[in-house]
Design a protein around this ligand. Structure first.
Ligand SMILES: Nc1nc2c(ncn2[C@@H]2O[C@H](COP(=O)(O)OP(=O)(O)OP(=O)(O)O)[C@@H](O)[C@H]2O)c(=O)[nH]1
Ligand SMILES: [Mg+2]
Length: 418
């Protein structure tokens, strides 16, 4: 499903009964337009309605439906994209009343994810989310078709329709099961990688933030990873991890992953939970905020909420106010764990690295290590970190007292005797 240069009208509802976050505004419609463009469509008109509550049948009111239909006809739109989530029956009713295809926000985001996913795990996750989205909509598709055919089917002939629907449902359930199995297998491999990483005890840093905030650009700046970083939403869907040299005494693994957006379809959050779980294994989160976006406060709050939802709220965190070059004058929050950055030109990278080092090397402690003779090269490593305080060579190995930051404490943890 791609929407190649399809003309679309954007429709939003701001219902008093809905929580503020779910109401449609100029800003959310602007974001919807960016999503549409990312999916290969083009907006030819907007319609917004204020109402006390959504219409159960068509979401927007009857009069507004007529207005949208007229707008779509005059602009030659073949698609109406709703800024909110529609129930399966609302989608069907709107398609009938408007005479064009109707997508809601979740369907549009799913479509973008489907066209972007690169790795096996990414593709499986998106497919899983798509089938889950489809399942409840299947019934409606059939009732719709049945109604269209104008059949009030005589008793005894109603079977085949039902059977077809059941077959389709069963088919999708089987497909879902198979996808879940395949995902389990892929994830098992990743769990093995993670165990290996833990054995080496290198601290893990995860980039998080709203889509398009500049996460991949920062990853490239710091590690030369060469990840594509284009000005479109959801450019990155897969997790990439690279080694990062923080200072001459500390190295870490930095990972870049999928960005967040408000009203992220819950099927997607569920499907991507495993990818996003890398956050819960991280030792430090870098929360990237695009401070040139007038909506950065909301975007940052959405990210905070998703971090909590994923169970990573307690992690040490550095906030990066990125794209400072595009917004040099605004007064931004300040603090030890806040860094202003222009990832595009590298301005502020040194401050970012110092802030990372400060977190990873915080709580420097003197520890005593016992290194077996086959691991004696570690003494050289410790000398090069300038952390050695004393060394004793005994029968059972080398006893070293060293001053280590928390990253190195982790790394050499298995040799620690005090
Ligand atoms: N002017 C300016 N542009 C930037 C800066 N950082 C990133 N960009 C641009 O912003 C756009 C998005 O950057 P990405 O690094 O792809 O953003 P992302 O957070 O990885 O986005 P997703 O993967 O889509 O979630 C790209 O066009 C970047 O070149 C910056 O500091 N200044
Ligand atoms: Mg990216």
């Amino acid at each position: 499903m791609t929407e190649k240069e399809q003309k679309a009208v954007l429709v939003g509802l701001s219902a008093d009964s809905a929580p503020e976050r779910e109401r449609s505004t100029d800003e959310t419609l602007g974001e919807l337009e960016a999503l549409l463009e990312t999916a290969g469509g083009i907006s030819v008109g907007r319609a917004v309605q204020n109402r006390s509550s959504p219409d159960p049948r068509t979401y927007i009111g009857e009069g507004k439906v007529r207005e949208v239909r007229a707008l779509a006809e005059s602009e030659g739109a073949e698609l109406a994209v709703f800024d909110n989530d529609l129930s399966p029956s609302q989608t069907k009713n709107l398609e009938t009343d408007l005479g064009i295809r109707v997508l809601d926000r979740s369907a549009l985001i799913l479509d973008i994810f489907a066209s972007r996913a690169q790795t096996l795990e990414g593709r499986l996750q998106v497919e899983l989310a798509q089938y889950k989205y489809l399942l409840p909509r299947l019934t409606r598709m059939w009732t719709h078709l049945e109604r269209q055919a104008g059949t009030s089917a005589p008793i005894g002939t109603r079977g085949p329709g039902e059977t077809q629907l059941e077959t389709d449902r069963r088919h999708i359930r089987r497909k879902l099961q198979k996808l879940e199995e395949e995902l389990r297998e892929v994830r098992q491999n990743r769990a093995t990688e993670r165990r290996l990483r833990e054995k080496n005890k290198i601290p893990v840093i995860a980039l998080v933030g709203y889509t398009n905030a500049g996460k991949s650009t920062i990853m490239n700046l710091l590690t030369g990873a060469g990840i594509p970083a284009r000005d479109r939403l959801f450019d990155t869907l897969d997790t990439t991890t690279r080694k990062l040299r923080v200072t001459d005494r500390t190295e870490a693994l930095l990972s870049d992953t999928v960005g967040f957006i408000r009203k992220l379809p819950h099927h997607l959050v569920d499907a991507f939970r495993a990818t996003l779980e890398s956050l819960t294994f991280a030792d430090l989160l870098l929360h990237v905020i695009d401070c040139s976006n007038p909506e950065w406060r909301t975007q940052s709050a959405v990210t905070d909420e998703l971090i909590s939802e994923l169970g990573a709220a307690g992690k040490p965190r550095i906030e990066i106010f990125n794209k400072r070059d595009l917004n040099p004058s605004d007064v931004l929050p300040r603090g030890d764990r806040i860094v202003e950055l222009s990832a595009a030109n590298g301005e502020g990278a040194d401050r970012l690295l110092s802030a990372i080092a400060a977190v990873l090397e915080s709580s420097v402690k003197t520890v005593s290590l016992l290194l077996p003779y086959d691991s004696v090269r570690i003494v050289d490593e410790l000398y090069s970190l300038r952390s050695v305080k004393s060394v004793r060579y005994e029968d059972d190995g080398v006893y070293v007292d060293a001053e280590l930051g928390s990253a190195a404490q982790l790394k050499y943890g298995k040799y620690t005797i005090i």
